[in-house]
Design a protein around this ligand. Structure first.
Ligand code: RUQ
Ligand code: CUA
Length: 648
């Protein structure tokens, strides 16, 4: 049976891959008035922001809907030479981890902060999958403000989803591991590894994250998760696969059980237990990195302890809901009653009912247990089954009008169906192999059900070829009518997994324009001309510099020697929107710096050769941008040339 499913997957993949290929300039899917629906005329602005995860770019990209125009790439887990993130002295600490400096990650699931279950547009969170981390990004500055490493986790994938009032950002582990990590035979996985589900509290004022507790679950794979909302607020739902606890050839060995589970976690109950002194503190080592936009500087602190919770010690904390065929996506509808488990090896969708779950718990309708956690009877929690006729369901979003939309990877389509009656109302092909989809607010109590964005894994013939590597492709569907209409394709950067969208009017008015120079608390800032100087401290030289259209102060520096370590601390004195200046110097082993108005950033340069070396502004900032340059004289290590510098 197993093998037949797998070979079927293979067949359908071959089939969909060939689908439509070689067709030129086909716009059969598009009626001509669709062009108007996505056309945002020059000078006009989009209706929605869309934040698409970058996947293996490690970052987050910002697009407009419906135009599909990309506005910005926000560096999160990856060094980013375009701005100097992860290269500047101020931002290097953001990428610190217990494994040292890790300048890359795989970012999957962005989620916007909520109040009362509605998007509040304060922050967006995203997970680093590979070296487990959660980042918080300000939606005022569009900068990464905080990254917290998640200990005891591995493959931080059922993350980063937030609860209805942003009480917690939740991070579940995909791979179970020995906790604590230790040297042991892999073959002893079963029964010995554990899966940590981390509940990271978010300060309601400044957003600061703190790992409140970790639930140590049986050694399954915790794939995806979503919060309860409305009536199910206080619960969190996680899909699992590999309940077989296989440690090799999972392709076959983790598909033995007909059903895996959705884990329903009553976090309110666990929070109460913890607040009353429950749980066990265990020694760990993880980095907590916080960026201040007053000092324009990040600090990294190593934390040494985390509170773990054994769920079997808290009656009623966790239940398992049997869910067929290695479920992937785990989605909760806007009312909070329906929990959808997308069995990625099946055609049907399983919908569980929160009300029925509570009744089954009440009536103790258990079907055994797994490692002390009660398993509820499938029939008792099942609300319905969506017989879609598609294959390979992955993720579901909601429009707020009683409809759900599910992506099918294998049959390459988005299927629209009705909550409650489970009937399929519409289906539209995607090109090709769709993963996630996104409706702005589609993971909240109040979706804005006008568009759905499908994020496709395979691009093939959609755009002009660019060699073997193609960008992934998104497709935009208009869902304001009774049926879905494909209206647009646009390429996306990296590999978007999930995305989050929000009406522009909720963010745009709050977007920060400049940093006030008078509020700059960077210890090395140049605020007045008295602060401009060059200071030698042994082999270290600190240059305190300012920049304004169109010169650097100082712009001539002498007395630097081969073997010195030169720190340029540069403050941008502009106080106008959209006037950054850049800084680059020949032979630097990092990147340029792009410095926003009112901001200070620092770059290290280690001159290796005698000479007179230029530096310049990298951002075309005025008609005299080319004049924005300077020289550093580098003398031999033993030279007697005194430090000197020019002032205006
Ligand atoms: S996953 S394509 Cu990383 Cu969200 Cu399902
Ligand atoms: Cu400053 Cu170009």
């Amino acid at each position: 049976m197993k093998y037949s499913i797998l070979s079927l997957l293979g067949l359908v993949m071959v089939f969909t891959s060939c689908n439509d290929s070689g067709k030129k300039s086909s716009n059969g899917a598009l009626a001509s008035n669709n062009a108007e629906k996505v056309y945002v005329a020059p000078g006009e602005q989009d209706e929605f922001y869309a934040f698409l995860s970058g996947g293996y770019s490690g970052n987050l990209t910002v697009y407009g809907l419906p135009s599909g125009r990309m506005f910005k790439e926000i560096p999160v887990f990856s060094q980013f030479p375009t701005s100097g993130y992860g290269y500047s002295e101020e931002t290097k600490p953001m990428l610190n981890t217990s494994f040292g400096f890790v300048p890359w990650d795989d970012s999957h699931h962005p989620d916007i902060s909520q109040t009362n279950g509605e998007l509040d547009g304060r922050w967006i969170f995203i997970n680093g999958n590979n070296t487990p981390r959660i980042a918080r990004i300000s939606l005022k500055t569009f900068e990464t403000e905080e990254i917290i490493e998640v200990p005891n986790s591995a493959g931080n994938h059922s993350s980063s989803f937030i609860t209805e009032n942003t009480e917690y950002v939740v991070a579940g582990t995909r791979f179970s591991v020995p906790i604590p990590q230790r040297d042991m035979p892999i073959s002893e996985y079963k029964g010995n590894f554990k899966g940590a589900l981390s509940f990271i509290s978010v300060d309601p004022e400044d957003g600061r994250m703190d790992i409140k507790f970790q639930v140590l679950m049986p050694g399954f794979n915790y794939d995806l998760s979503h919060p309860g909302r409305g009536k199910s607020h206080g619960w969190f739902f996680f899909t699992t696969y590999n309940t077989e606890e296989a440690n090799s050839l999972l392709e076959v060995n983790a598909s033995q059980n007909d059903k895996d589970f959705i884990a329903a976690v009553n976090w309110k109950k666990i929070e109460e237990y913890v607040n009353n002194g429950g749980g066990t503190k265990v020694p760990v080592n993880y980095a907590h990195n916080v960026y201040s936009d007053e000092s324009h500087t990040a600090t990294s602190t190593m934390e040494k302890e985390v509170l773990t919770v054994d769920p079997t010690k808290i009656p009623g904390a966790v239940y398992f809901l049997p869910t067929p065929k290695s479920p992937h996506g785990c989605d909760v509808d806007p009312t909070g009653n329906y929990i959808i488990g997308n069995g990625k090896l099946s055609a049907d969708l399983t919908v569980h009912s929160f009300d029925k779950m509570l009744a089954a718990i009440e009536g103790k309708k258990f079907d055994g247990e797994a490692y002390g956690i009660p398993i509820l009877k499938f029939e008792d929690v099942l609300a319905g089954t969506v017989k879609s006729g598609g294959l390979g369901p992955l993720h579901t979003e909601f429009d707020g009008d009683g409809n759900a939309y599910t992506t099918f990877f294998i049959s390459s389509e988005v299927v629209m169906w009705k909550l409650g009656t489970w009937e399929v109302v519409d289906r539209k092909p995607t090109y090709y192999s769709v993963g996630h989809l996104m409706i702005p607010g589609g993971n909240s109590r109040k979706p804005f059900g006008k568009y759905v964005v499908a994020m496709n894994k395979i691009t093939k013939d959609r755009y002009l070829p660019t060699g073997p590597e193609l960008e992934h492709s998104a497709q935009l569907y208009d869902i304001s009518g009774d049926k879905m209409e494909l209206i647009y394709d646009f390429p996306t950067h990296g590999e978007p997994h999930y995305a989050a969208g929000i009406p522009a009017e909720l963010l745009a008015p709050k977007s920060q324009k400049i940093y006030k120079l008078t509020e700059n608390k960077h210890p090395d800032a140049v605020i007045t001309s008295d602060d401009t100087k060059v200071v030698r401290n042994g082999k270290e030289v600190h240059v305190y510099m300012s920049m304004i259209r169109s010169h650097f102060t100082p712009d001539n520096i002498e007395g630097i020697k081969v073997g010195d370590k030169v720190y340029f601390h540069i403050t941008n004195h502009e106080q106008d929107f959209d006037v950054p200046h850049g800084f680059a110097i020949i032979g630097a082993n990092n990147s340029e710096l792009l410095i926003m108005p009112g901001q200070t950033k620092s770059l290290v340069w280690e001159p290796k050769r005698v000479g007179v070396w230029p530096f310049y502004c990298t951002d075309f900032c005025s008609a005299l941008h080319q004049e924005m340059q300077g020289y550093v004289r580098v003398s031999p290590a033993n030279s007697k040339v005194d430090l000197s510098w020019s002032l205006d």
